[in-house]
Design a binder for this molecule. Structure first.
Ligand code: EPZ
Length: 426
């Protein structure tokens, strides 16, 4: 298990290119199940989560390969084992997004329940409710979801997908993908509006689906008889882009960030500017310049277009160095605060109060050995390590590899001093 040794403080400067979106790639890879034949996806980042998902599709019967040019080819001609195995799903909860397309394709499927993770429970009640309203017969057995379509196949329906934390991103993906091959019209009210879901919908329409209302909370899907394999390029990763923006800010550096769509990041850019970070739009992305000190700001995570929960940890690290107190409220995953104790080990002054954390700004962070717990918390620890005085050791770096492609190889040329080492034997 690797560790990162991060020397600080450093100042980042230069240009960085944002990769394709992990959270668009995974459901779009699942969408390939809906068409018999080879689909080719470009811009898919080479991440451990993507590799695991490819292994899962392979277990279902697909042929999955990454071409020399980086494209991911998924041949779903043969999907003869419609079982999403626990051993894979437990490692990567996003695997649940095979459920909708697999059911629409194979009519009877078994997919392991995802189980919980460091950021909280990962219930799928909304996924199942939506698929049941399309006519699926679903029961749970030995930790698996067993789903079957009725004799006449799935039927379009009007479905409300809102839950107590807003909509569901992958629940919308599952129901929308299943609805593309249902008979008749499906309306999904309170659908997720995340850009990744809009990207999935555009890809499905490219495959022959008939989806309207893309990007809005009301999706209308006219069922069709079949979908065609597709060639498609996924959108840039707005969470990776936001992480690089926070990295420029926290190190007081300046980055030119390309392949990023500011229109998908208005809440993030607005918050950076409130904190006192300069963000200037450019032809192909933006330039971000940090400053010596930051203004405090309150952050509340919301469904899109609100401030994304996937950048909460990174911005908490940034606000830890602000001149004053900030309040961070997590409304999507209330337990998503595993990074708080670790940042406090680095001399941050953070106090959890229910679904909120009071961030009392400090003058500096101090290096310490810290433990990564989940993908975005580990990104926050890397940011803090680059700003802290001394050498920070981040343990369990595999968490960050799930969502960032060799992040040290992209940050070091910009001035970071991050060394990946094998962890000492326990
Ligand atoms: C997606 O997860 C993302 N993952 C997450 O990113 C992201 O944090 C999340 O959306 C919210 O934006 C991928 O796209 C692969 P949800 P998802 O269903 O779809 C509750 C990252 O770091 N809920 O939108 O699993 C749920 O508990 C990852 O890249 C139900 O109650 O999230 C949560 O509180 C982490 N019942 C809220 O809704 C359900 O049936 C939002 O969850 C489903 C969800």
């Amino acid at each position: 298990m690797d560790v990162f040794r991060i020397e600080g403080p450093i100042r980042l400067s230069g240009q960085v290119v944002v990769n394709g979106s992990k959270n668009a790639s995974l459901p779009i890879m699942a969408a390939a199940l809906l068409a018999e034949g080879p689909s080719t996806l470009s811009g898919v980042p080479n991440l451990s989560d993507v590799r695991v998902f490819g292994d899962l599709l392979g277990q279902l019967g697909c042929r999955v390969e990454r071409a020399a040019n980086g494209d991911v080819r998924i041949d779903a001609t043969k999907v003869d084992n419609p079982v999403g195995d626990y051993e894979i799903v437990r490692k990567m909860r996003a695997s649940i997004c095979i459920l909708g397309p697999l059911l629409a394709r194979c009519r009877r499927v078994e997919v392991s329940m995802p189980g919980g993770c460091a950021i909280g429970d990962r219930p799928i009640n909304l996924h199942l409710r939506g698929l049941r309203q399309l006519g699926a017969e679903i029961h749970l057995k030995n930790g698996y979801v067993i789903a079957q379509t009725p004799a006449g196949g799935l039927q379009g329906a009007s479905i409300f997908l809102g839950g107590s934390f807003g909509s569901t991103v992958l629940g919308t993906a599952n129901v929308m993908m299943a609805a593309t091959l249902a008979k008749g019209r499906t309306v999904i009210e309170s659908a997720a509006c995340e850009p990744e879901i809009a990207d999935l919908a555009r890809c499905l329409n490219r495959m022959g689906a008939r989806i309207s209302g893309i990007g809005s909370p009301r999706l209308v899907i006219e069922g069709v008889d079949r979908l065609q394999p597709v060639e498609y390029e996924v959108i840039p990763d707005r969470i990776e882009a936001g992480t690089f923006m926070a990295a420029a800010a926290i190190t007081g550096g300046e980055l030119h960030i390309t392949n990023c769509r500011l229109d998908d990041m208005m809440a993030v850019v607005d918050k950076l500017r409130e904190i006192g970070v300069t963000v200037e739009a450019a032809e192909d992305g933006c330039s971000v310049a940090g400053s010596e000190r930051f203004r405090p700001a309150d952050v509340t995570t919301q469904p899109y277009p609100g401030f994304p929960t996937d950048l909460q940890a990174q911005f908490m690290a940034l606000l830890a160095l602000a001149d004053g107190n900030s309040v961070v409220i997590e409304k999507i995953f209330p337990d998503r605060f595993m990074h708080v104790a670790e940042l406090n080990r680095m001399a941050a002054d953070l106090r959890k109060e229910g679904p909120a954390v009071i961030v009392a700004g400090v003058k500096k962070l101090v290096a310490a050995p810290v433990m990564a717990s989940d993908l975005r918390a580990s990104a926050a620890l890397v940011l803090a390590g680059m700003a802290a005085e001394g050498t920070t050791t981040v343990n369990r770096v595999y968490h960050i590899d799930r969502g960032y492609e060799r992040i040290e190889e992209r940050l070091n040329p910009l001035g970071a001093k991050i060394h990946r080492e094998d962890a000492p034997a326990p």
